[in-house]
Design a protein around this ligand. Structure first.
Ligand code: NAD
Length: 483
């Protein structure tokens, strides 16, 4: 590392620390924003997103070198506005102190839980939804009365710059700050002693971030990735499943954390599924290379990684169907056709690593037990999809598998339900945001005992064995008799 780089790094680190300390001071001056103040922040954010809509869409398009404007609108901006609306509507209810059961020993006292803002929340954003994954945690942080620093993704720099300008224009610098820059900045960012850190990104980097946060004992919410399976039951109409999966898998060209990663298909129906999937996908995207509805792969590196993954599968014996409906050339673009992949095995990268792109391996299975065992034999995924009209069998899947979230007869849409927690489990993440769980995630639930004028301790206190103590113990032991 050159001397100049070291100095630049020091500079960045200092700037980050100064920003955090300024925010913390502002928090200390105003530690408990009222509901009105929180709603005002959410309203300002709402208006900023509305005002910047076109610029955000254009920036994401430029970053991807072809990001469908409809997708940016539908999958990034609208869910942020929906989340603001939902939080604005509910935060008064969530902020209320909650009365709790008081044990006998505290007779006469009152027990309550207060939900207190944590202070300053750090938010690390990945490139695949560079707007939503920065602003959605911000909405939760604001609703709970916090301030926030956002680290935008270096792979979506134009969107990061527009977000920075938008938020700087809308909020004071001690309410929100956006930090841009590469891995060095991200590394310094995650070493800051935030009151809470939300990291959205890969499982691999999530591990590093958790280590960094541990040095400060900063609590983390890790929104990570993994291989989210879809299981199609033998009784479910295969064309219908293929249609529903094709809708989701095409979004952002499969660069979605909850995109169906592989499909467990009844053994005799693999070809029927592949045909129906290709037909449904082609209906959505009759052409790809110059079709503005179909999103590009974000970088050359990701593009090469996906092509290497296909090559590796082919070399190891997989059958690859390249879906190129208009028979186009792709050498002038980073768009990548959908690849349906059959005859896969566990030694292929496509079955070992998260795909995060338009590749779809099909895994045949014989019995539901076998499909469940296949899922349970791997890391707990971020999402699981099950196609079956039979509610009893669906309940079994819910009981016997673990995943961050589930859709039945559907894919991916659980992420946009504001009234449900969103988050992974094990290697796919920890903690939740969205919904009331998000509010709780960004609040300290502080237990408070308030004692009145009556002081029972004065009666029962040592020397032990006094009359009131004996009465109390006798009564309690009677309550606690063996069941
Ligand atoms: P990534 O892990 O490479 O990077 C995410 C962020 O971490 C970036 O802002 C980057 O600057 C920062 N970063 C990189 N190295 C770092 C380090 N050493 N220390 C601290 N920070 C560092 O992920 P990505 O490629 O941007 O995004 C793709 C991944 O994100 C996929 O695995 C996907 O499943 C996951 N993801 C998860 C969710 C979710 O909600 N669970 C949503 C979107 C994406």
């Amino acid at each position: 590392m050159s001397a100049k780089t070291v100095i630049e790094l020091d500079h960045t680190e200092n700037e980050l620390r100064v920003t955090l300390s300024r925010m913390r001071q502002a928090y200390t001056r105003q530690p408990a924003p009222t509901d009105k103040e929180r709603i005002d922040r959410l309203n300002r954010l709402h208006n900023a997103v509305v005002d910047y809509k076109d610029r955000l869409i254009a920036a994401a398009d430029a970053d991807f070198n072809g990001r469908s404007g409809a997708e940016t609108l539908m999958l990034e901006l609208m869910p942020v506005l929906e989340g603001i609306r939902y939080n604005r509507k509910n935060l008064r209810k969530w902020m209320k102190q909650s009365r709790r059961h008081t044990p006998l020993m505290l007779l006469g006292a009152q027990t309550k839980v207060h939900y207190q803002p944590l202070g300053v929340v750090g938010i690390v954003v990945p490139w695949n939804f560079p707007i939503f994954l920065g602003l959605s945690p911000l909405v939760g942080a604001f609703a709970a009365g916090n301030r926030a620093m956002i680290k935008a993704s270096e792979f979506a720099p134009r969107t990061g710059d527009v977000l920075k300008e938008m938020l700087a224009e809308t909020f004071s610098e001690d309410e929100v700050a956006v930090v841009t820059g590469g891995v060095e900045v991200a590394t310094e960012f995650t070493r800051l002693p935030f009151d809470h850190l939300v990291f959205t990104g890969s499982t691999q980097v999530g591990r590093i971030v958790m280590h960094a946060a541990a040095d400060n004992l900063t609590p983390v919410t890790l929104e990570l990735g993994g291989k989210s399976p879809a299981i199609i039951h033998d009784s479910f109409p295969i064309e219908e499943a293929a249609k529903r999966i094709a809708f989701g898998k095409g979004l952002n060209a499969g660069q979605v954390c909850v995109s169906p990663d592989y499909i467990l298909v009844p053994r005799g129906k693999v070809d029927a599924f592949a045909d129906a999937f290709i037909k449904a996908f082609t209906k959505h995207y009759p052409s790809l290379a110059d079709n503005a509805d179909y999103t590009s792969i974000i970088t050359d590196r990701q593009h090469d990684r996906l092509l290497d993954t296909v090559r590796d599968a082919e070399e190891k014996g997989a059958t690859v169907m390249r879906v190129n409906p208009a028979d186009e050339r792709f050498d002038h673009t980073r768009k990548l056709p959908m690849h349906v992949i059959k005859d896969v095995s566990d030694d292929m990268r496509v079955m070992r690593e998260e795909i995060f792109g338009p590749l779809l391996p099909l895994v045949p299975y014989d019995t539901l037990d076998e499909a469940i065992a296949y899922v349970n034999g791997r890391d707990r995924p971020l999402a699981l999809y099950y196609f079956d009209w039979d509610r009893g069998r669906a309940e079994r899947i819910l009981r016997e598998t673990h995943s961050g979230g589930v859709c039945i007869n559907e894919v991916m849409t659980h992420t946009i339900v504001d009234d449900m927690p969103f988050g992974g489990v094990g290697p796919s993440g920890m903690g939740h945001y969205h919904g009331k769980e998000g509010f709780l995630n960004f609040s300290k639930a502080k237990g408070v005992v308030r004692k009145g004028r009556l002081d029972g301790n004065a009666l029962i206190g040592a020397p032990w064995g006094n009359r009131y103590f004996n009465l109390f113990v006798t009564f309690q032991l009677r309550r606690f008799r063996k069941i």
